[in-house]
Write a protein that binds this ligand. Structure first.
Ligand code: LMR
Length: 394
C-alpha cells in the first residue's frame, strides 16, 4: 500500500519553521509561523492560563470523555466572547474542535455534507491551509481578489466584483479580523456591504476568527463580523484560542453554525456532533476547560484581558517603529501601510527573490509571499529588518 504514496508538498509555513531551526547564524530573525513572541523571543504561558491550570489540577476528579460536541460550558463562554450580543441562542449549534484548524476542517466537512456542489470562495491571498483542506476534501474553490499591492490595503471594489459572480448557496470565507497573511482588514462599512451582497446573492459566510484581541481589541475586532452575523440568516464561524490564550499546542477551537431557523438547530447540531465522531470522536478538553475557567472568573478574566492587551499594544508599537524606520531610510511613506495593518501579519510586498535575498544575506525568515510575523520583531531587530528591506530593494 505505502508503495503507492507520493511525496506531499510541504506546507510553506511549516517548512519555513524547519529551515529557520537549521540556520546556524545567531543573528537570524524568525518572522515566519504565527506564534506570538515577547521582546526576549519567548512565547510565555499567559498568567491566567497558568493559574487556571493549577486550579484545574486540584479540582478535576475525572478525565472521562466529555460529549462529542465538547463541554457545553466552553461553547457558551467562547461563543459569547466571539458573537457578543448578536449571539442567536435559539439558532446556534457549536462543537469544540482541535484548534482553529479543526474548526475550519469540520466546517468544510459540514459544507460538503449539506451542499456538495457549493463552491468555497477564498480571499486571494489567504492562509494556505484553507485551500489545502478544501482541495483534500474535494470542495470546489474560487478566489476573490482582496489585497491591493499598491496601497497595502483592501481592494474592496475588486472583492465585491468577484463575489458578485458567486452562485446562491456558495460559501464565502472571511477573516474575522487581522487578515492572514495580509494584515489588511475590512472597515465596518465594508463588512455591512459584504453582508448586503451575501444576502442579495443567497451566499453563506464562513468566518475564520483566529486573532480576536490582536488587532484593535477584543470587542473592536469582533465588530465587523458581528454586524454581518446580525443580518444573515445562516453562517459558520471558526474560532481559535491558540493565539489569544497562547495555548497553541492544547488545540482549542470552536465551530459555530447559525441555523436558518430554530427548528433546524437540532439537525445542525446533530450533524456537527456526528462529524466530530467520524473524525476524532471527542474533542480535546484541557485547553477548553482552561478557557472556560478564565472567562467565567472575574479575576482570571481581567488578568487575561490585561495581558492580551499588552501583547496587542506591543505589536502595534513594533508596527509603528518599523514604519518609522523605513520612512527614515526611504524618505517616503510607502511603507506606512505597515502601521495601518492589524494583527500579527503584514504582507510586505517583496518579490520571492527579495524574500530569498533577505533570508540568505541577513538571516531574515519571512514566508515566500513576504508575509512577516510582526511579533517576531523587537526593538533591536526592527532597524536590522528595515536595513535589509532597503538593501534588498523592496
Ligand atoms: C500561521 O498562519 O502561521 C498560523 O496560523 C500557524 C499555522 O498553523 O499555520
Amino acid at each position: 500500500m505505502m508503495n503507492a504514496l507520493t511525496p506531499q508538498a510541504p506546507d510553506k509555513i511549516l517548512a519555513l519553521m524547519a529551515a529557520y531551526r537549521e540556520d546556524p547564524r545567531d543573528t537570524k530573525i524568525d518572522l515566519g509561523v504565527g506564534v506570538y513572541k515577547d521582546a526576549t523571543g519567548l512565547t510565555p504561558v499567559m498568567r491566567a492560563v497558568k493559574s487556571a491550570e493549577r486550579q484545574l489540577v486540584e479540582i478535576q476528579d475525572t478525565k472521562v470523555y466529555t460529549g462529542l460536541a465538547g463541554d457545553p460550558a466552553f461553547a457558551e463562554v467562547l461563543s459569547k466572547l466571539v458573537l457578543g450580543d448578536v449571539r442567536p441562542t435559539d439558532r446556534l449549534a457549536c462543537v469544540a474542535t482541535p484548534g482553529g484548524t479543526g474548526a475550519i476542517r469540520q466546517g468544510l466537512e459540514l459544507m460538503r455534507m449539506a451542499a456538495p456542489d457549493a463552491r468555497l470562495w477564498l480571499s486571494m491571498p489567504t492562509w494556505p491551509n484553507h485551500p489545502a483542506i478544501a482541495k483534500y476534501l474535494g470542495v470546489p474553490v474560487s478566489e476573490y481578489r482582496y489585497f491591493d499591492a499598491q496601497t497595502g490595503g483592501v481592494d474592496f471594489a475588486a472583492m465585491m466584483g468577484d463575489l458578485s459572480s458567486a452562485t446562491a448557496g456558495d460559501v464565502v470565507m472571511l477573516h474575522g479580523c487581522c487578515h492572514n497573511p495580509t494584515g489588511a482588514n475590512l472597515t465596518l462599512d465594508q463588512w455591512n456591504d459584504v453582508a448586503d451582497l451575501i444576502i442579495e446573492k443567497g451566499l453563506i459566510p464562513f468566518v475564520d476568527i483566529a486573532y480576536q484581541g490582536f488587532g484593535d481589541g477584543l470587542e473592536a475586532d469582533a465588530k465587523g463580523m458581528r454586524a454581518l452575523i446580525a443580518k444573515v440568516p445562516e453562517a459558520l464561524i471558526a474560532a481559535s484560542c491558540s493565539k489569544n490564550f497562547g495555548i497553541y499546542r492544547e488545540r482549542t477551537g470552536l465551530l459555530m453554525a447559525i441555523a436558518p431557523s430554530a427548528d433546524k438547530l437540532s439537525v445542525t447540531q446533530g450533524a456537527m456532533s456526528t462529524l466530530n465522531r467520524l473524525n476524532f470522536s471527542f474533542p480535546p478538553d484541557h485547553g477548553a476547560r482552561v478557557v472556560q475557567m478564565i472567562l467565567t472568573d472575574d479575576v482570571l478574566r481581567s488578568d487575561w484581558a490585561a495581558e492580551l492587551e499588552d501583547v496587542r499594544t506591543g505589536m502595534l508599537g513594533l508596527r509603528e517603529a518599523l514604519a518609522a524606520a523605513l520612512r527614515e531610510r526611504t524618505g517616503s511613506d510607502r511603507f506606512g501601510f505597515l502601521a495601518a495593518h492589524r494583527g500579527m501579519f503584514s504582507l510586505l510586498g517583496a518579490t520571492p527573490e527579495q524574500v530569498e535575498t533577505m533570508r540568505r544575506e541577513h538571516g531574515i525568515y519571512m514566508v515566500g509571499d513576504s508575509r512577516m510575523n510582526i511579533a517576531g520583531l523587537n526593538a533591536r531587530t526592527v532597524p536590522l529588518l528595515a536595513d535589509a528591506i532597503v538593501a534588498a530593494g523592496v
